[in-house]
Each structure stands twice: as structure tokens, then as C-alpha cells.
Design a protein around this ligand. Structure first.
Ligand code: NAD
Ligand code: IPM
Ligand code: MN
Length: 348
């Protein structure tokens, strides 16, 4: 049976970086059947909602989902009754049960000098942000009146246990569990639960608890000290954009979102760059497509268990950068098309 991948170009630079990513995917998976759906702002324009039932159903029955980015000024609103592109993304993550978001941060030696941080700070960094993705303040009850607003942050023991297992399972040596246990009740439950899962199931892994403000500081002062950073939804969102700068640009960071792969039935993962739709550079053909390409590599690895193909694509990206490829965000002049050609050439 053909491999079915649903692609969601979304908005802004999304379609510009997704098209060459699909070409790469077709090269590695010759029998792939790609099914594209409008999503985010484009779907609001076409259907009045950021994620239609039929798009969600198509994603649920796919082998994997490849998403570029959503959002943009056209749909920016502070009116809680208006649809927003980002609701599509949250609905998709929830609808596919993707509670674990993996964001590997592996600065390439070729880009050590492309970061605003000094080479000696970055050198040797190889960390993984494991972000809880379907709970916390993102999904709690919201309310709004003329004079106040609330966003409730809730975590259950079950939600913390399952993401903790992903974090410990992915660690080579140690986990830094990041919370705000000095202030937040949800963080105190997080800390207790992570401690228990550690003692009962992963005693061979080193565990430390780091308060989120301190973690933000240490990410840029001593990033090498981290292996796995295990954290809740909102903290993981913020810390991963910060960590992206260790690689030189937000345009370099891919992500994989996975759910309960032991459960019966299909469990497609979602693969997307960490960055957004970059409205400020959309339509100019200058977006860095490498985070998108590296998300294809994660799709090959985690979505289709094609490890050697994933490695081949990652090596081609490394090689193209070694040979001098630099898009504008990395201080160069290469266009999206030139970056694509460089990676294709490196693939041989
Ligand atoms: P952003 O990540 O889109 O852009 C931040 C900055 O990084 C901009 O200057 C942009 O030009 C640059 N940038 C991002 N990706 C780049 C790339 N591939 N190549 C070169 N430069 C790149 O964040 P933002 O501006 O805060 O958000 C814009 C919109 O994207 C918002 O609507 C937001 O909600 C949405 N967003 C979507 C996702 C997603 O779809 N997963 C993620 C983050 C933000
Ligand atoms: C991300 C994005 C999303 C998030 C937004 C667009 C809803 O910033 O994937 O990091 O906050 O999760
Ligand atoms: Mn984000």
C-alpha cells in the first residue's frame, strides 16, 4: 500500500517551504501519495474555520502529517469570537492526541559563527526539548469579560507521567525537568510526578529540577550542560525559540509531535518547523527551508521508521552548510530555491 502523507502548507512562507520539502519526500519515499489540504488562515478564508472536520479526518487516517506554518496579520484579532489560524494547529495536535513534541537542538559546526552567541558557548551543544503539547494553559478554560480575562492551567498526573516517560526514554544521560514549582501548583504536581516516574522507572538516568527562569538563563550561558529538557506546554514553546538561536536561526529548528504509539489503530505523527509563517518575509522566496527539510527527516525517522533515509537527508543539509550555503537569516544571500538546490546537490 502507498505511503499516505497529508501536507498542510498553511500561510505566509508555508507554501514556499513546503513545496521543495515535498520534492525531497518524494525522492526518499518513491511510493508516497501526497494529499494537500488548506489549513490555518487559508482554511478560514475558504471554509470559515482553521481546521475542517474533513481535513482532521484525512490527517487521522494518514501515515504522517507534514505541516509548514500558519498565521498572519490578515487573521490577527483579539476578538475571542473570531476564528484564528492557530486554533487549527491546536485542534490538530489535540485531535491526533500528539502529547509529546520533540525539538532537537543540534548546532552544526558550520554555523557556530552564524549565531549571535559566541562559538565557545555553543560548541558541543546537543540537546532535546521534550515539550508537553496537549495540556496546560493552552487547553484550559478561557474566559473574557469587559474588565478581566482568565486562562486556566491544568495538568493531571496521567498527562505528566506520559510526557515524563517520553523525556526519560529519550535521554542519553540526564533530564532537566523545568518548572516553576516555587510559585505554581501545577508545577508542584509536575515535580512530584516526574520524581516518582524517575525513581520507579528510570533510576539510571540523572534527574535535576530547574526553575524555568533559571533554565532560560542557562540555555544561553551553558547550553552544553543540557541533555533532555522536559517541560510543560508554554515553557517549552518559549524555551525552544530561545534554544533555536544556538543553531544560528529559528529557520533551522525542526519538530516532531507524537502520540501514543502503543495504542491500537493508526497514530500519525505531525512534523513541522518550530518557526511560524514569517509574514515579514512571505512571498519573497527568501525563507530558510532547512527547518522544514529537517522536519521531513524527522518524519522519515519517527513517522515512517526510515532511519537511514532520515540520516541521509540530515547529512545533505550538513554538507550543503559546510559548503557555504547561507540564507539571509544566517547572514548570507541564498534564496529558498538556491538552498533547495544546494541540498539536492549534496544528496548527489
Ligand atoms: P515567526 O517564527 O513566524 O517569525 C519570527 C522571525 O523569524 C521573523 O522575523 C521571521 O522572518 C523569522 N523567520 C521565521 N522563520 C524563518 C525562516 N524559515 N527563514 C527565515 N526567517 C524566518 O514568528 P512570529 O512572527 O511571532 O509569528 C508569525 C505568525 O506565525 C503568527 O501568526 C504566529 O501565531 C504564527 N506561528 C505559527 C507557528 C506554526 O505554525 N507552527 C509557529 C510559530 C508562530
Ligand atoms: C509553536 C507555535 C504554536 C504554539 C502557536 C502558533 C499556537 O508557537 O508551534 O511553537 O504556541 O505551540
Ligand atoms: Mn512557538
Amino acid at each position: 500500500m502507498a505511503t499516505r502523507i497529508v501536507t498542510l502548507p498553511g500561510d505566509g512562507i508555508g507554501p514556499e517551504i513546503l513545496a521543495p520539502a515535498v520534492a525531497l519526500l518524494e525522492r526518499f519515499v518513491p511510493d508516497v501519495k501526497v494529499e494537500e489540504h488548506v489549513f490555518g488562515g487559508a482554511s478560514i478564508d475558504a471554509h470559515g474555520t482553521a481546521l475542517t472536520d474533513s481535513t482532521l479526518a484525512a490527517c487521522q487516517s494518514a501515515d504522517a502529517v507534514l505541516l509548514a506554518a500558519v498565521g498572519g496579520p490578515k487573521w490577527d484579532t483579539t476578538d475571542p469570537d473570531q476564528p484564528r489560524p492557530e486554533q487549527g494547529l491546536l485542534g490538530l495536535r489535540k485531535g491526533l492526541g500528539l502529547y509529546a513534541n520533540l525539538r532537537p537542538v543540534r548546532p552544526l559546526p558550520a554555523l557556530y559563527d552564524a549565531s549571535p552567541l559566541r562559538r565557545e558557548i555553543i560548541e558541543g551543544t546537543d540537546l532535546l526539548v521534550v515539550r508537553e503539547l496537549t495540556g496546560g494553559i493552552y487547553f484550559g478554560e478561557k474566559s473574557r469579560s469587559a474588565t478581566s480575562a482568565t486562562d486556566v492551567c491544568t495538568y493531571s498526573v496521567h498527562e505528566i507521567e506520559r510526557i515524563a516517560r517520553v523525556g526519560f526514554g529519550a535521554a542519553r544521560s540526564k533530564v532537566a525537568s523545568v518548572d516553576k514549582a516555587n510559585v505554581l501548583e501545577t508545577s508542584r504536581l509536575w515535580r512530584e510526578t516526574v520524581k516518582r516516574v524517575h525513581a520507579e522507572e528510570f533510576p539510571h538516568i540523572e534527574l535535576e529540577h530547574v526553575l524555568v527562569d533559571n533554565a532560560a538563563m542557562q540555555l544561553v550561558s551553558a547550553p552544553r550542560r543540557f541533555d533532555v529538557i522536559l517541560t510543560e506546554n508554554l515553557f517549552g514553546d518559549i524555551l525552544s525559540d530561545e534554544a533555536a538561536m544556538l543553531t544560528g536561526s529559528i529557520g533551522m529548528l525542526p519538530s516532531a509531535s507524537i502520540g501514543d504509539t502503543d495504542a491500537p489503530g493508526p497514530h500519525p505523527g505531525l512534523f513541522e518547523p518550530v518557526h511560524g509563517s514569517a509574514p515579514d518575509i512571505a512571498g519573497q522566496g527568501i525563507a530558510n527551508p532547512l527547518a522544514m527539510f529537517l522536519s521531513v527527516a524527522l518524519l522519515l525517522r519517527h513517522g515512517l521508521t526510515l532511519e537511514s533515509e532520515a540520516l541521509a537527508l540530515e547529512s545533505a543539509v550538513d554538507k550543503a552548510l559546510d559548503q557555504g550555503l547561507r540564507t539571509r537569516d544566517l547572514g548570507g544571500t541564498a534564496s529558498t530555491a538556491e538552498a533547495t538546490e544546494a541540498v539536492l546537490a549534496a544528496l548527489g
